[in-house]
Design a protein around this ligand. Structure first.
Ligand code: DGL
Length: 252
């Protein structure tokens, strides 16, 4: 069993990628519905929420944990790795991919939660890539609320994206990095509204990293069919239809 954590439904975008990359594995998806959105919480609060989920995954005897929440990664991963032995793979904004694949004169736009964008970890990463001079950071906290309210299209979300991204987008921008797993639900809409932007997220890279690590540790399952269990802040979800519908939306 692999534990997959997010504040809410955003991590389903990574779970979807994980089920494609690891078809024989079973997963526990933990959405911290009691505390979503993390956008307005302090790093200390978020660290405590994530630690509670880690303890939950350990009780369930998971062999690995995946943080499918960039915000959780940026404030909690070092602490968790120092304090827990279980392997933890953590998603982070795909700015390295953007830096590697964009031409030097092109600008990069990262959209994430305010917590991620102001975190020391994210800013260290940006610095290590020497892209500060051609990077714009844009917090989109309302997009998390739209996703949690099951609003994936329509005038409200379109005008929010047009206004916010429109403020910073220029013809010089090439990549938009979606540094919050909730935002991947809006990938097609963003590309339709801003044809000059190519969307990147950390989902495929993180799923590949999970596979590599399981293989290295001899833990990869290569037969049988996997199952997904859904929990909200530690309580089992009896009616999983909303989660299944969201996963089906990602398959389309
Ligand atoms: N999905 C989360 C992320 O990747 C955070 C969303 C939130 O709770 O604000 O950062």
């Amino acid at each position: 069993m692999i534990g997959v954590f997010d504040s809410g439904i955003g991590g389903l975008t990574l779970l979807h990628e994980l089920t494609r990359t690891l078809p024989h594995e079973s997963f526990i998806y933990y959405a911290d519905k009691e505390n979503v959105p993390y956008s307005y919480k302090t790093p200390d609060q978020i660290r405590a929420f994530v630690e509670k989920a880690v303890k939950f995954f350990l009780e369930k005897e998971c062999k690995m944990i995946v943080l499918a929440c960039n915000t959780a990664t940026n404030v909690a991963i070092e602490y968790l790795r120092e304090n827990y032995e279980i392997p933890i793979v953590a998603i982070q904004p795909a700015v390295k991919v953007a830096a590697d694949f964009s031409e030097d004169h092109k600008r990069i736009l990262t959209c994430a939660t305010p917590v991620t964008l102001s975190s020391e970890r994210y800013n260290k990463l940006v610095k290590s890539l020497s892209i500060e001079h051609r990077l714009d950071n844009l917090p989109l906290p309302k997009l998390v609320s739209f996703a949690e309210s099951n609003v994936f299209e329509g005038a409200g979300v379109e005008s929010y994206l047009k206004e916010e991204i429109g403020k910073v987008n220029t013809p010089d921008h090439h990549f938009i990095v979606l540094g919050c797993t909730h935002f991947t639900f809006y990938e097609d809409l963003i590309e339709d509204l801003f044809p000059n932007l190519k969307v990147l997220d950390g989902n495929a890279g993180t799923a590949r990293q999970v596979k590599r690590l399981l293989e290295k540790d001899g833990l990869l399952k290569s037969s049988g069919s996997g199952f997904i269990y859904f929990y909200e802040s530690g309580k089992i979800v009896e009616d999983t239809s909303q989660y299944k519908e969201l996963l089906a939306r990602l398959r389309r």
